[in-house]
Design a protein around this ligand. Structure first.
Ligand code: ME8
Length: 657
């Protein structure tokens, strides 16, 4: 039977500055839902991308002395690097500068014109010359000046195309008030009262004052308004009016568009109007979330209050960051970001809650049974309630995901984590461990805990995809044990399951020390942002971005790392992985195998015969089931990952210090 399709989208981000935690929220939220749906067996299309046209980009590129395309290429690389780092499993990445998108948007614009929904007119209003922008009276600042640069505006006229909105007003009002398109629904009243009741104004859909946009094919000098261009991405990426893809019939209408409240109006009014005009079915759901704020304001690059996700990920791991932002944000409401809340959340839920549950359970199975549970069991009444709470979890997470309520999904999962920790207190396995006669009861308790961990970790894996495979390794669960189908069943792990003690999943963080260090980093970044701004105001070239170092270590710490020269003798791609290469190395110690995530940057033959730097005393791990004994050194560069090759004159096995 063919799988049911599921289509989810993030907004396409504006590459006018590097991405920040605010962008991460929508992307991580959509990623988690996409992963959950894949786990449930859906055929998922998860789309993200970048919205690359418009006056601002043109201006920024001019300031930097490069072309707009060169400018966006640099920032798009940062977005893609971040998504890789945050483990974002998008299926397609659209750039509005992609040829197929440009072609489709031109056809969409022409179709709207041919159907009589677009007409030529004159745009008049308050115009800010430095910003090259028209503003309505209500958009001007309190002094009647430009809301962006706060300089005086003048009255101006410009020839432009307009889209008729009135024909769609009734249908849009019904869509917002009578269907469950908009989530949360409370937002609908606000939109209807502010925009629809006063009468929907026609929308200006072309510009002539700048060039960096998609040209209108039938009227030279006009470029398509950036929102018509941007919103179309949700269908052009599926192949609507282009031949790059052929997925429109399969995936449209979209199941979920997720966006923040600042762009709700475009998605709740303009996008449905465009689709109605084109006779295309409407998307099923529009999920609106609030902003991540810092000190009461929207986190945004231009305010200089952004939190660098790379810095946080480096310190706590990407799953801890994913968990924190998902757990804090309720659909529809803002969520204030603070380092202190984040660290306390990581400590309480991940280190003390889930991490501790896993490490205690595995340690007890190891201590009392040498890692393998015996088959003799003794059930007790107290188990029944615990098992019923654990097996009911999947249904409640399903319901939250259906409603795009990720925070409540995580709350429910962590209630079960707390319940499992309470079960340990109730059953006191350490007491049972003292008496040989209690062994069957102890085996039951530990088995029930391992089963609870199996179910919790399966349901957590879409939200924290990097850590859960480590949990499965520790509790001795196979891929088969951790499927969605098995996530509401108890008794799936073998009776004589064997656990493997492993690394601490989420180390406890020293709150005071950490906050001090993070504050120092933020101050440094803010100072650099300020210096950049002052330099730009004086017309000087901006200073280079600061490099942020990891916390200081001593020479003794460094001495623990053994770096040796090794030569690549053979290399091949790891099966079923786009990222991994498996290298055979002559390390001067009899040879070894290392798996490295560089397949996107090197072909095996690029490496064979080359000498590299090997971290030789790293604990062995299995990557995609392949043994890896050590790591090869490579640099992250704006052009991707580059292996550090060593001069051929240096003998294999030489120690690097
Ligand atoms: O609006 N908190 O792009 P954009 C939460 N190109 N979410 C945030 C956020 C914050 N502080 N800052 C950004 C655009 N976001 C258009 C979209 S779609 C057809 C075109 C997220 O780069 C949030 O999802 O300004 C918001 O909707 C999106 O980034 C806007 O990103």
């Amino acid at each position: 039977m063919s799988k049911k399709p599921f289509y989810i989208t993030t907004p396409i981000y504006y590459p006018s500055g590097n991405p920040h935690i605010g962008h991460c929220y929508t992307t991580v939220a959509c990623d988690s839902i996409a992963r959950y749906r894949r786990m449930q067996g859906y055929d998922v299309m998860f789309l993200t991308g970048t919205d690359e046209h418009g006056l601002k980009i043109e201006q920024k590129a001019a300031e930097a002395g490069i072309t707009p395309k060169e400018y966006v290429d640099g920032i798009v690389a940062q977005f893609q690097k971040l998504w890789k780092y945050m483990n974002i499993s998008y299926d397609r990445y659209i750039r509005t500068t992609d040829d197929y998108h440009v072609e489709s948007v031109q056809k969409i614009f022409k179709a709207l014109y041919d159907k009589g929904y677009i007409y030529k007119g004159e745009y008049s209003g308050k115009y800010c010359t430095p910003c090259e922008s028209f503003w309505t009276d209500s958009q001007l600042d309190e002094n009647g000046c430009c809301p962006e640069c706060h300089r005086p505006v003048t009255f101006a006229k410009e020839e432009a195309y307009f889209m008729k909105m009135a024909p769609f007003a009734d249908r849009i009002e019904k869509l917002l008030t009578e269907t469950d398109y908009l989530q949360p629904k409370t937002r609908a009243t606000e939109l209807v009262n502010n925009f629809i009741k006063p009468g929907l104004e026609d929308l200006c859909v072309s510009r002539t004052t700048f060039k960096w946009g998609i040209p209108v094919t039938f009227d030279e000098g006009h470029v398509v308004y950036v929102w018509i261009d941007a919103l179309s991405n949700y269908i052009t990426a599926l192949g609507y009016l282009n031949s790059a893809y052929n997925d429109f019939d399969k995936f449209w209408p979209a199941d979920v568009h997720m966006v923040a409240k600042d762009i709700m109006r475009f998605h709740a009014i303009i996008w449905p109007a465009m689709l109605m005009a084109l006779d295309i079915p409407l998307p099923k759901h529009l999920a609106i979330h609030g902003w991540i704020t810092m000190n009461g304001e929207k986190m945004s690059k231009s305010l200089g209050n952004v939190v660098d996700p790379f810095v946080l990920g480096e310190r706590y791991g990407c799953d801890a960051i994913r968990y924190h932002i998902l757990r804090e944000m309720a659909l529809g409401a803002d969520s204030s970001f603070s380092n202190e809340i984040m660290i306390n959340r990581i400590n309480s839920d991940l280190a003390n809650g889930f991490g501790n549950l896993v490490s205690r359970t595995v340690a007890m199975a190891d201590k009392y049974f040498g890692g393998t549970l015996p088959e003799d069991r003794l059930e007790a009444d107290i188990d029944k309630d615990f098992i019923s709470v654990v097996t009911a979890l999947r249904d409640s997470v399903d319901k939250s995901i259906d409603e795009t309520k990720i925070k409540s999904a995580l709350e429910d999962i962590f209630k079960v984590v707390d319940r499992a920790n309470k079960y340990i207190d109730e059953t006191e396995p350490w007491k049972l461990g003292k008496n040989e006669a209690d062994s069957p009861r102890l085996a039951s308790v530990l088995y029930n805990l391992l089963e609870a961990i199996r179910i919790v970790s399966t349901l957590l894996s879409p939200f924290m995809p990097s850590t859960m495979p480590q949990v499965w390794e520790q509790i001795g669960a196979s891929a088969e044990d951790t499927t969605y189908e098995n996530a509401d069943k108890f008794g799936v792990l073998p009776m004589n399951v064997t656990v493997h003690k492993g690394a601490i999943l989420f180390p406890r963080i020293d709150v005071d020390k950490e906050i001090e260090e993070l504050n120092a980093i933020i101050k440094k970044n803010m100072d650099a942002a300020q210096a950049k701004l002052s330099a730009e105001e004086k017309g000087e070239s901006a200073p280079a971005e600061p490099i942020t170092l990891a916390p200081e270590i001593t020479i003794d710490d460094f001495a623990k790392v053994e770096i040796r020269v090794a030569k690549v003798t053979a290399c091949e791609k790891v099966k079923k992985s786009d990222k991994l290469l498996c290298l055979q190395l002559d390390d001067g110690m009899g040879g070894r195998q290392v798996v490295s995530g560089i397949a996107q940057y090197y072909a095996p033959e690029d490496l064979i015969g080359k000498k590299i730097q090997l971290i030789a005393n790293l604990k062995p791990v299995k990557l995609r089931g392949v043994d890896s004994n050590g790591m090869i050194c490579a640099a992250d560069t704006p052009d991707g990952v580059k292996v550090i090759f060593v001069d051929d004159s240096i003998p294999v096995g030489s120690k690097i210090r």
